[in-house]
Each structure stands twice: as C-alpha cells, then as structure tokens.
Design a protein around this ligand. Structure first.
Ligand SMILES: [Zn+2]
Ligand SMILES: [Zn+2]
Length: 384
C-alpha cells in the first residue's frame, strides 16, 4: 500500500515565540521510508512544551507543533522501517529522538546523545526529505515539526521510527502512560542509569512534579530506604508521602535546604536529584550532599544561570555534579521496563494524571503550572 499523502488533521500550532497554542487544521505530507504515521490518542503535557512556547530553548523556528509525550496506534509504516514487526493497529508510546549510532546511543545512553538538541528541537528528525518538516498550514506555510521526533499535539503525526516504542498496552493504560516517553522516563532513568543508589543509601529529590515523583518511585522500587521529597507545594508533598517518600520537606517553610536535610540525614544524603534548575537550590544541594555524593541536574536552568562552586571543597569532598538529559536512557529499553514496574504496582503513576479533552489545553497548562495537577494529559478521542 502506498503511504498516504496530504492528510488533513488537527494540531495545536504556536505561531511565534510566546504566542498561544491554537488548534488548527494542518496538512501532513507523505510518510518517509523510516517514519510511522501514528493516530495520537493521548498527549502528556510536559513543562518543556511551555518553555519552548515561550522561546526558552533553541528551536528550529515558528510556527511549530509541539508535544513530546504521545501515545496512540500505528496507522501506517514507512517502507524501510527497521522494526518489521510494527504494523497498523499496534499500540505505541512516543519518546525523544536520538541518532542511535553514536557511542552513547550504542551504549544505551541515548539521552546523552550529542545530537539531542539538534534532532529534538532544531530540525525535524527526517533525513530522507531533506530535513523538511512534514507539517504545513492549509495555505502551504511550513510548520516546524517532528519536535522530539513526533510533534504529538496533533490528532495524527508523522513520527520518526526512533521515537516509536511499540508497547503491549491496553487503551486504558495508554490513557495515563504517555509521560513514560519523557517525564517519567527522565526521572526514573536518572535513578537507574546515573545515580544507581544502593539500598542503604539516601536519595533526596527536589521538585515533586512528574519527573521528581518518577525518580522517587524508581528509588523506592530499588528498595532505597530513605527517600526525601522536597517541594514548596504542600499538595505535591502529600502525593509524594502517599506514594512512599520516607520524609518530606516543605522548603517554603524550611528554606535552608542543608539544615533541613542534615536534620533528617546527619551528614547529608548520598544523592540529590534536582528538577527545579534553580541556582540557589543547586548550590545548596552541593553543600548538603554527603561526602562522595552525587547531584544530578535534571531541571532546565535559565540560559544565564551560573553556579558558584568552591573547587577545593568539591575536590576534598569527592562530590560530583552531573547533567542528565532524558534519564540518560534508551527509551526502547526503559519504557517497557517502566511499564512492567507499573503493572507490578511499583510505579503507580496513573494517580498523577488527569485527562482533559483536547480542546482544553489552556486549562491543562494552567493546572500544571499552578501545581494543582502533576500530569495533565490531552485526549484526542472526541475531536473530529
Ligand atoms: Zn546518538
Ligand atoms: Zn518533556
């Protein structure tokens, strides 16, 4: 069957930096040999979408279709996809794009791929079509697409094969699990692939959004005995507590992070996962760490944010500070592992999700930003 072309669908388009998300008709061009046409059922909203909407990350251009936590079913596959088992009707989760050829990708640390910024933000993942976006407006204007290989704020999407993860998941599971492609993968991957805590270690997580809670649950799944959740929003601390945090710190009430952490763990935690990107938090975290401890930088700092570190202290305390993108994970390996943990009851992330009809994106973002909902998810089901 020839790949369909000029498919009309609906997508959220951001016209220019800082402009609103507008639901409009767009046209998708032909699926290239290494691409997959996916009918998107659900799209998780990640804070990065909002950051990019406002120009906070490098981007190939506007107008753009964002969205990078897609879930749905395969409609058709390109003629040269590597996974020959992938067929129409298969359930898939969509994740970030990486080259899958460099040293890091071959070692299964795709999140550390040096081409991440280029292929997820700057240009569409497709090579065969001269890196031209598959998306246009009805008047022919090109729209930057394949954001994270997918641009899944759309009812249909032409997705790079590297971003397509076939999963044996039921429709009701897909409903709450799109963030396995980014937020949950980023948090859990940081624990499994980078921090690798021992049972007797203590892990502190700063910022209990989707990424932070996933990191906490991953540490719990390894049997880590002390897991401390830190946030300024009481509701998020309550959720963290109910999901197994052994200690909570409200840093609005206890702003001195080092004192608060040392009161719980004398000498400080062995590792701290920061999802806030706030310089003050990062500097305090380095001080609060135990000897030989690790600070994992997961949150995105402002472009001009500069950390002050005392190099001699860092040397003598044998601490390390490490940047972690997308959990340094291979989504084709970590997503099935997380799905298994979810089914075993060790990664109960479904309780973090609230599903909104696709038309209610603005409300979903407002609820995300206010901390009311940890993970808003758009449903494209009822949109015609
Ligand atoms: Zn690579
Ligand atoms: Zn994300």
């Amino acid at each position: 069957m020839a790949a369909p072309r000029n498919i009309r669908t609906k997508a959220y388009v951001v016209q220019g930096e800082g402009d609103p998300f507008t639901l409009c008709d767009v046209v998708l061009d032909e699926v290239q040999p290494n691409e997959v046409l996916v009918e998107i059922w659900y799209t998780g909203i990640c804070h990065t979408d909002v950051v990019v909407q406002h120009g906070g990350m490098p981007l190939g251009g506007y107008p753009v279709v964002l969205g990078h936590e897609g879930a749905g079913v395969v409609r058709c596959t390109g003629s040269a996809i590597k996974d020959k088992s992938l067929k129409p009707g298969d359930s898939v989760l969509l994740s970030f794009h990486s080259c899958r050829q460099c040293r890091f990708c071959l070692e299964g640390r795709c999140g550390t791929c040096p081409h991440m910024t280029e292929t997820n933000f700057v240009r569409p993942a497709r090579r065969d079509a001269g890196a031209k976006s598959p998306i246009s407006l009805l008047d022919g204007t090109k729209v930057h697409g394949q954001f994270f290989g997918q641009s899944s704020m759309s009812k249909l999407a032409v997705v790079a094969e590297a971003s397509v993860i076939k999963v044996d998941a039921r429709p009701e599971e897909l409903r709450t699990l799109p963030p396995l492609g980014c937020g949950y993968l980023a948090g859990a991957g940081t624990i499994f692939n980078v921090v690798k805590p021992q049972v007797q270690d203590s892990v502190a997580v700063v910022g209990m959004g989707a990424v932070g809670i996933a990191a906490m649950l991953a540490a719990k799944s390894l049997g880590v005995q002390q897991v401390i959740a830190i946030d300024v929003v009481e509701a998020k601390l309550k959720v963290s507590s109910s999901l197994g945090a052994t200690h909570i710190v409200n840093s609005a009430a206890e702003p001195d992070l080092q004192t608060a952490l040392h009161a719980i763990i004398p000498g400080g935690p062995n590792s701290i996962i920061d999802t806030t990107g706030l310089v003050g938090v990062l500097e305090a975290s380095v001080k609060a760490l135990a000897h030989g401890g690790t600070l994992a930088l997961v949150g995105v700092p402002a472009p001009t944010a500069t950390m002050r570190l005392n190099a001699l202290d860092l040397l003598l305390s044998c601490k390390r500070v490490i940047g972690v993108i997308e959990g340094a994970a291979d989504p084709h390996i970590l997503i099935p592992r997380l799905l298994e943990l979810y089914r075993d009851g060790k990664f109960p992330v479904d309780c973090l999700a609230k599903v909104y009809p696709a038309e209610q994106l603005d409300k979903a973002i407002t609820d995300l930003e206010s901390g009311l909902i940890v993970k808003p998810i758009l449903s494209w089901e009822d949109l015609n």
